[in-house]
Design a protein around this ligand. Structure first.
Ligand SMILES: O=C(O)CCC(=O)C(=O)O
Ligand SMILES: [Fe+2]
Length: 359
């Protein structure tokens, strides 16, 4: 006698095939008009609820129209130590450039699934351009309600050949326009560590590569059951994040055992410290856990630029930091590409990635 088909299993396999293999993503799923999130998106209770949200507090908003102003320098360094997250305004990246990259992101995700799927793991011509859904759908027990395109920048030439034509010019423009802000931020953050000499070698070590993600979070029928992005810290030196006006990014405040919302501020960029800067600074600047909630009434997009070392760099506490503080290193030297590989081997798990580099 033939085995009775397991209906639940059949539906689940079908959804996985549609969302992941065929490239429809959660955007495609959302557009079917589905009324409840499929089982594989239902997160454990502790991952989808935030017990304590502080509404009275928020991360600093810093006006950087004068980067040389000592008050600007101290606000940034204090925010990096206390919060690991802050927003900057009057940063000089034209609003038009930010609007253009947001529009370009929508254009990419509005492409038919077959077009987007040309950039999936199995079809893409280069690992430097990758379209996928959730975070690591083949590794995770429970999926996240997000699709994304991840672009590792190698050169103008490569980007213009390989990046999707509906968004490449706008993403490149956003990257170029942000470079001045990125250099300034690095200088200021190093000043706060008493690292006064940042020559070109050191600059490459601290920020020699860029990854840009286009994140798309479609409307979700049961936002309370799932997440947009689960709890994680970034594996960058720092991240420059552009969000739209929907909101939903929450940042962990460890000292208060709670979370704060990062409200959309027109024209601002959100900056957060990543694990690599926590390692370089021997724990003085801290990468902070963050998460994105799913949304029941709006699609949301965000565009982070991950400012990273080069894959071939060895990351460890900076000698200047150890000499200045007299501290022993709490992290061992690790090849950056090994660190990143470790991150991409497991589902989002809060701040656990950095354990990999602990002595
Ligand atoms: O969408 C956001 O606001 C944050 C996304 C994020 O944390 C990430 O891509 O690492
Ligand atoms: Fe992140």
């Amino acid at each position: 006698m033939a085995a009775k088909p397991n209906t639940q299993q059949y539906i689940s396999d079908h959804i996985t095939d549609f969302v992941i293999n065929k490239g429809y993503g959660v955007k495609g799923l959302s557009e079917t008009g589905i009324k409840t999130v499929p089982e594989q998106y239902i997160q454990p209770l502790e991952e989808r609820t935030m017990n304590r949200v502080m509404v009275a507090e928020s991360i600093p908003i810093i006006d950087v129209s004068n980067w040389d102003d000592p008050k600007v320098v101290s606000s940034i360094c204090d925010a990096a130590e206390k919060w690991g997250f802050f927003q900057i305004i009057n940063h000089g990246v034209p609003i038009q450039v930010l609007d253009n990259v947001r529009e370009a992101t929508c254009r990419f995700f509005d492409l038919p699934a077959e077009e987007k799927n040309k950039y999936s793991k199995d079809n893409t011509v280069s690992n430097n351009v990758r379209y996928t859904t959730s975070f690591l759908p083949h590794v995770e027990k429970t999926l996240e309600w997000k699709d994304y395109l991840s672009l590792f920048y190698v050169s103008e030439d490569e980007a213009s050949k390989l990046w999707p034509s509906v968004c490449k010019d706008q993403v490149l423009e956003y990257k170029h326009e942000s470079e001045k802000v990125i250099s300034r931020l690095l200088q200021v953050l190093m000043k706060g560590l008493n690292v006064t000499k940042v020559d070109s070698e050191k600059e490459k070590l601290l920020m020699g590569s860029r990854r840009i993600n286009l994140n798309y979070y479609p409307i979700c029928p049961n936002p309370e059951l799932t997440v947009g992005v689960g709890r994680h810290s970034d594996v960058s030196t720092f991240t420059v994040l552009l969000q739209d006006d929907v909101g939903g990014l929450y940042v962990r405040v460890e000292a208060k055992d709670s979370w704060v919302h990062v409200p959309p501020v027109k024209g601002s960029l959100v900056i957060n410290i990543g694990d690599v800067l926590q390692i370089f600074s021997n724990g003085r600047y801290r990468s902070i856990e963050h998460r994105v909630v799913a949304n029941g009434s709006n699609d949301r997009i965000s565009v982070p630029i991950f400012v990273n070392p080069r894959p071939t760099d060895i990351i460890s506490p900076l000698p200047e930091v150890l000499a200045d503080s007299g501290e022993n290193p709490i992290y061992k030297p690790v090849l950056y590409s090994d660190y990143v590989k470790h991150f991409y081997k497991k589902a989002h798990d809060g701040k656990l990635t950095i354990e990999f580099a602990k002595i």
